[in-house]
Design a protein around this ligand. Structure first.
Ligand code: ZN
Length: 133
């Protein structure tokens, strides 16, 4: 199938010129691509903290360094202070940079998770709906 790029009329392959405007015909353009799926981001837990000012600080730090992150349990922490820690999750690809960024400030945080413990099962779970809300 051919079509005229000027007037978008479709023609059979043997047609060489547009009947409407005599313009050269081109190949039919590929169909419009579907909406790209929202880019999947695998998050990895960077740390946990009970301190909401830590969270605010970390957010600012990550934002200013273009690191994708999300915070789980932040609202809960506001409602029930001390009941559950907020979990700061960062894009797994940027985990090392995030860790490095926070490294200088690690003393500030109430509690760090044991990030050296590899948890393969959790990594698997991350592929099943740990995307942004
Ligand atoms: Zn035409």
């Amino acid at each position: 199938m051919k079509y005229c790029p000027a007037c978008k009329t479709e023609y059979e392959d043997w047609v060489e010129k547009c009947a409407e405007c005599s313009g050269p015909l081109g190949s039919l353009p590929p169909p419009a691509p579907p909406e790209p799926p929202q880019e999947y981001v695998a998050y990895r837990e960077l740390l946990q903290t009970y301190n909401s000012s830590d969270v605010a600080f970390i957010k600012t730090l990550l934002e200013s360094n273009d690191i994708l992150f999300c915070v789980e349990g932040e609202n809960f922490m506001t409602l029930n202070p001390g009941a559950l820690p907020a979990r700061v999750m960062v894009n797994a690809d940027q985990y090392e940079s995030a860790k490095e960024l926070l490294g200088d400030f690690s003393g500030r945080y109430t509690s760090f998770s044991c990030e050296e413990k590899e948890k393969p099962s959790e990594a698997d779970d991350a592929g099943k709906g740990n995307a942004l809300p």
